[in-house]
Ligand binder design. Structure first.
Ligand code: 13P
Ligand code: SF4
Length: 299
């Protein structure tokens, strides 16, 4: 009788597959993955892999992006129902209307978005490259979709641009309250606050560092501080504790239920039955490729 881990190892070899996982999936899935990282890192790995198949342990837009970047490879999602609600939070009509009304406009699309929204955009970004990419664009006007919180974080760093928003938000990060962070700060006076830019302006204002999941992990690793209040999905604690076993981390508890749908058993089943494959309409995939490729080039 083989363990789930042994089954996955054997199937991975026979399928010439690679397993990618985001920092928010359960610890036991991160443990069995070949590559674990933030959205930008995983997009780069997906683009460069020599494997025939990619099993993407994350939410739907992640598998979709991997397929867009790699149309000739097979991409599988262990649970295709794991979806990011924010990925849908922009209206196509607003994009068309602003393009018609506003000259000198760039539509900047967070990678947490549907293929359809990407296909209507000029460039994609992730939380680790959004400031750099937006500042490098020649356009003065920016329509930032779908995340208004990441958008306002970028806007603060790019005051030379005029920003428009679609009003989307991550229900996990946007409902993390400044009061909860303030309470943790009172309980752990010497702890630094590390925050994801999907959090609100009020929470970001209480923070010592704001950045992507990979940015948060690397900041904690390099810092001389010994205690940290972590304002993002608590899945990052697995890597934080691995890299900094002596430091203390206090998550302000918020869980992404969709990311937690991924289990080792589902990964094994996906490899065994080749189920949960991502298929995309060819012309949509080609249109969505350009903004993603531009992100990889500029990021
Ligand atoms: P990053 O890992 O790129 O910071 O993204 C966070 C996130 O919300 C992914 O869904
Ligand atoms: Fe989407 Fe938020 Fe979950 Fe990330 S944490 S997948 S942005 S709902």
């Amino acid at each position: 009788m083989h363990t789930t881990k042994e089954r996955i190892e054997a199937l991975k070899k026979s399928r010439n597959a690679v397993i990618l996982a985001h920092y928010y999936v359960p610890d036991e899935v991160q443990e069995l993955a070949d590559y674990v990282g933030d959205s930008f890192y995983l997009a780069k790995v997906a683009q460069q892999t020599q494997a025939d198949s990619i099993v993407f342990c994350g939410v739907h837009f992640m598998g979709e992006s991997a397929k867009i970047l790699n149309p000739e490879k097979r991409v599988f999602l262990p649970d295709p129902s794991a979806d990011c609600p924010m990925a849908h939070m922009a209206a196509e009509e607003q994009i068309g209307k602003l393009r018609a009304e506003c000259g000198d406009l760039a539509v900047v699309c967070y990678i947490n978005s549907t293929a359809r929204l990407k296909s209507l955009s000029d460039v994609c970004v992730t939380s680790s490259n959004a400031v750099k990419i937006v500042k490098s664009l020649p356009q003065k006007n920016i329509l930032f979709i779908p995340d208004q919180n990441l958008g306002s974080f970028v806007a603060a760093a790019a005051p030379e641009k005029t920003f428009y928003y679609s009003g989307g938000y991550c229900p996990v990060h946007a409902f993390l309250l400044a009061d909860d962070v303030a309470r943790e700060k009172r309980a752990h006076a010497s702890a630094l606050v590390l925050t994801h830019p999907e959090c609100t302006r009020e929470v970001r204002a209480l923070s010592d560092y704001v950045g992507s999941t990979a940015g948060i992990i690397s900041y904690a690793e390099k810092s001389d501080a010994e205690e940290f209040i972590v304002c993002t999905e608590p899945g990052v604690l697995y890597e934080l504790k691995k890299r900094c076993p002596k430091k203390k981390f206090y998550p302000v508890s918020i869980v992404c239920g969709d990311m937690k749908k991924i289990t080792p058993e589902r990964v094994a089943e996906t490899l065994e039955k080749e189920c949960g494959e991502v298929f995309l309409d060819g012309s949509l995939a080609r249109k969505a490729y350009a903004p993603l490729a531009r992100m990889l080039e500029l990021g």
